[in-house]
Design a protein around this ligand. Structure first.
Ligand SMILES: [Ca+2]
Ligand SMILES: [Ca+2]
Ligand SMILES: [Ca+2]
Length: 222
C-alpha cells in the first residue's frame, strides 16, 4: 500500500507519517500523479497484481470510523488480492499471463532453461523467462547472545498462496521438518513488483544440527 500526497500539501507530510511506518510519497509537478490518475481528495485506488484499477473507495464518503465501511474496504482488498488459478496447475493466472503470456506452461517445466522449474520461480519470486534470475538463498550465521545460529535468508511470496517449511538435515541424506525449532524474522516487503518479502530463518538452538548441519526451504501450495 502506498500513499501519494497532493501537490502543494507537503506541509502535512510530517503529520501523516509521524510515528507510523507508511510508504508515503509527495506528488510533484513533473510527475503529476494525481492529475494523470484522475485521483480525487481521499480516494483509495485498488489495483490488482498487474496494476489494473479494480475499485475506487473514497474515505470522505466512507468514514472508516464506521465498522461497515471498514468491512467494505477490507472486502475490496481481499477480492482484488485473491489468486485465481483457472487451469488448477498451482500457478495463478496473473503470474502466468504476466511472465509467460498464456496459461499453458506447466509448473514442472523450465521456460528459460536455468534449471529452476516454473513453480520454484513463482514460489521464490524470480523471473521464469530470465535465465539470470533464479532462486536466491543467503546462508549465514545469526548471533543471539553469545551464540551463533545457522540461518538462511530468502524471498518468499507474500500472501497466503503457499506455505514455506524449513527442513533440516545432519548429512544432506535424511531431511526432517518440525523436529528442530526455527526462529523466523519479520518479513520485509521488497516493493520490487515480484510480490515477495525477504525473511531470515534461523535455528532456535545452536546445537540442533550443528556443527555439520544443513537447512533447506520447501514451498508447498496451500
Ligand atoms: Ca494456472
Ligand atoms: Ca526456469
Ligand atoms: Ca529464471
Amino acid at each position: 500500500m502506498i500513499g501519494i500526497n497532493r501537490l502543494n500539501d507537503s506541509a502535512y507530510n510530517d503529520l501523516v507519517t509521524s510515528e507510523r511506518t507508511l510508504a508515503w510519497l509527495q506528488d510533484r509537478e513533473g510527475a503529476s500523479v494525481w492529475d494523470n490518475w484522475h485521483v480525487g481528495y481521499r480516494d483509495v485506488f485498488i489495483l490488482d497484481s498487474q496494476n489494473r484499477l479494480r475499485a475506487v473507495f473514497n474515505l470522505t464518503e466512507h468514514d472508516l470510523s464506521e465498522a461497515g465501511n471498514r468491512a467494505e474496504l477490507k472486502q475490496l482488498f481481499l477480492r482484488t488480492a485473491k489468486a485465481v488459478d483457472s487451469d488448477g496447475d498451482g500457478l495463478p493466472d496473473d503470474w502466468e499471463l504476466l511472465y509467460l503470456g498464456n496459461l499453458s506452461p506447466k509448473p514442472n517445466e523450465d521456460a528459460d532453461g536455468d534449471g529452476i522449474d516454473n513453480f520454484t520461480e513463482f514460489a521464490f519470486g524470480t523471473n521464469p523467462t530470465d535465465p539470470n534470475s533464479y532462486t536466491f538463498f543467503k546462508p549465514s550465521m545469526v548471533s543471539r547472545g553469545q551464540q551463533s545460529f545457522l540461518s538462511t535468508t530468502f524471498h518468499r511470496r507474500a500472501g497466503a498462496v503457499l506455505d514455506y517449511f524449513i527442513e533440516t538435515s545432519p548429512d544432506l541424506g535424511s531431511w526432517s521438518r518440525g523436529t528442530t525449532e526455527i526462529v523466523e524474522s519479520l518479513p520485509k516487503i521488497r516493493f520490487d513488483g515480484t510480490g515477495t518479502s525477504e525473511v531470515t530463518s534461523s535455528l532456535k538452538h545452536a546445537n540442533d544440527i550443528q556443527p555439520n548441519g544443513f537447512l533447506r526451504v520447501r514451498a508447498v501450495p496451500r
